[in-house]
Design a protein around this ligand. Structure first.
Ligand SMILES: Cc1cc2nc3c(=O)[nH]c(=O)nc-3n(C[C@H](O)[C@H](O)[C@H](O)COP(=O)(O)O)c2cc1C
Length: 192
């Protein structure tokens, strides 16, 4: 079934933008990489986005507390940020150390020289078992540079081999944690 599902959802053909999701709760600041992002632009007055954040992520806990996040669209010149923000947790390190950034209206960090950003207030959150969907209303947005947005295929093709190996390792670790969370949820929901 897994192969059929992957084909059905165009898994091999999708080539999403790579975002750095940032947030601030009290004096704690953190961010992570995310590609599972859906933007809703249909109603001009109420632009929204849904992001899907793993429950094991530090960013998850901070967005849960603060109810705010920003989406920073990374450029092809910012691949090293994928490594810093997407392959290690802010639970033990300050990922923003040495990364030039400003503060958005909601307090979330905005990365210098990213292609652009949007700043959100969470208006809904949904428990998905292993992830939470945070649904945000955009309160501000700006384009910051003309650089080419980073897509996942570009990263996989151009990042140093050691980074790809590291990504495979961290993805495997995330899978284990996702499974643990989803097993609990499946039990609660009576799923087999
Ligand atoms: C290319 C890429 C895409 C990712 N997409 C997501 C995503 O959509 N949702 C998610 O929860 N984690 C995603 N991750 C994983 C997190 O960015 C990663 O686990 C991060 O280290 C979490 O950091 P934190 O614990 O400081 O929040 C992605 C990582 C990479 C490298």
């Amino acid at each position: 079934m897994h192969d059929a599902i992957k084909k059905l959802f165009g898994y091999e053909n999708t080539d999403p933008y790579v975002y750095l999701v940032s947030t601030k709760s009290g004096d704690k600041v953190n961010g992570q990489i995310a590609v599972d992002v859906i933007g809703f632009t249909f109603l001009k007055k109420w632009p929204r986005a849904a992001i899907f954040i793993g429950k094991d992520k530090f960013t998850h806990d901070l967005i849960n507390e603060s109810g705010v996040f920003a989406l920073n669209l990374l450029s092809v010149k910012q691949m090293e940020l994928v490594r810093t923000f997407g392959m290690r947790s802010g639970k033990n390190t300050d990922k923003f150390k040495g990364v030039e950034h400003a503060e958005s209206g909601t307090g979330s960090p905005i990365i210098k020289n990213c292609v652009g950003y949007a700043d959100f207030r969470v208006i809904e959150k949904v428990d998905l078992g292993d992830h939470t969907m945070f649904y945000g209303l955009a309160v501000d947005s700006n384009i910051m540079s003309e650089d080419t947005p980073l897509r996942i295929s570009y990263f996989k093709k151009n990042a140093p081999v050691e980074w790809i190996t590291e990504l495979e390792k961290t993805t495997k670790e995330s899978l284990v944690k996702s499974k643990e969370f989803f097993e609990k949820y499946a039990k609660q929901k009576g799923l087999s």
